[in-house]
Design a binder for this molecule. Sequence first.
Ligand code: SF4
Ligand code: SF4
Length: 440
Amino acid sequence: MTASDAPKRMDRQGDAPDTARVAAALEGFLAEFGPRASIYLNACVRCGLCAEACHFYLETGEAKYVPIGKVKPFEDAYHRTTGAFAWLMRAVGMAPRLTAAELEAWEELIYDSCNLCGRCTEVCPMGIDIAELVAEARHGMYHAGFVPDRLAEITRNAESRHSPFGTPEDFRRTIHAIEGEFGVSLPMDKPKADLLLTLAPGDLEEHHRSVVGLARILDHLGVDWTLSSDAFEATNFGYLSGNRELQAELTVRLVDKAKEIGASTILLPECGHAWTAARWELSRWYDGPLEGLRIRHIVEYLAEAVESGKLRFRQVRETATFHDPCQQIRRGGMERAARVVLAALGFDLRELPDHGETAFCCGGGGGVLSNARAEPLRLRAFELKRRQVEETGAHRFVTSCGQCRLSFDRGRAATGWDKAVESLIEIAAENLVEDTRDAG
Ligand code: SF4
Ligand code: SF4
């Protein structure tokens, strides 16, 4: 599907009659019922294995949090409208009509209790990608106005102000402030550059050291790079909320800008879903030639530089454990890349009991951190992670996603946990060495 094929944008319909909201949700669902969804929605053998994979189910024991149950109304709509036996299901009353009350109740399940982390997908013997089904179901829900208030607000900001962080002018002001704060130069709006660096709102609001760290690494490598005040946003709240038009707009904006300035690389910062939206979902929205343009995540970019001998670090020589961001590692294939960087830094890695592709989510992914209503449930999922981190006995706790760090920081503040989480990129930038002889 391309952006122009996406369902027509509808305003949020909070005040619309129930029948209109249900019709809008159905329109969104129907747009998703292609061959892939069809295979998934016919394949479940009700084995229940996905239950034990989901932190929300494990921490609460509540049956409603069994992963495949979270897509039930989506599944019902499929069997009523599109499935091979839809006519029969309707005739014998086995595929009830969706109701607004049902969708209202369902909203919590697909927005509050799913991080789109894909851990359940890993264990499903039928290969059903439940995270993908939840993401697809969110499209219909968004169009019908069934979306958590705070997530809807951030999404509207992304539409009206260019980014959830703010306007291009807000961006320029913040970049100049970071330059002043740290005494660095951050190139912006160069007409030509080989690499377009993008940032996440968390970098601009709280993690200024990450912005400086990215700049130091790129300068150290001698890269011709720039930020762009009209294409800086790496995150994609269209993807998280289910607003397909916005998702397409944000992705296309980055690609168009990179092509305009002649960049060969779009570099994504320490963010998980930015990688999924820009790298894996790109082909849904961009059907033009990429002309050699590569979309790279900073973790794999660093690992490549380490392995090619371009980057060396002072050796940290401390124990550390690493939280694997779901979208980078399980969904994004960077398990090895993260460990290449950790090893190059000289960390003695103490892996979490569940790590790499089987790691649990921090609890904040998939828009849950931006959904204020979900906080009590998110903190319960966070407890699982906290127990595992403590079990390792590692001195330092590192991750490579700004959203995960915010999620852990809020969890720490709410529970009084004293374990600070650190940025892999910030540690790398602080330990750069010019000469390989200094790395020991
Ligand atoms: S994708 Fe993750 S959070 Fe969502 S249902 Fe599956 S395991 Fe649970
Ligand atoms: S693991 Fe797969 S087949 Fe088993 S209940 Fe879950 S979705 Fe269905």
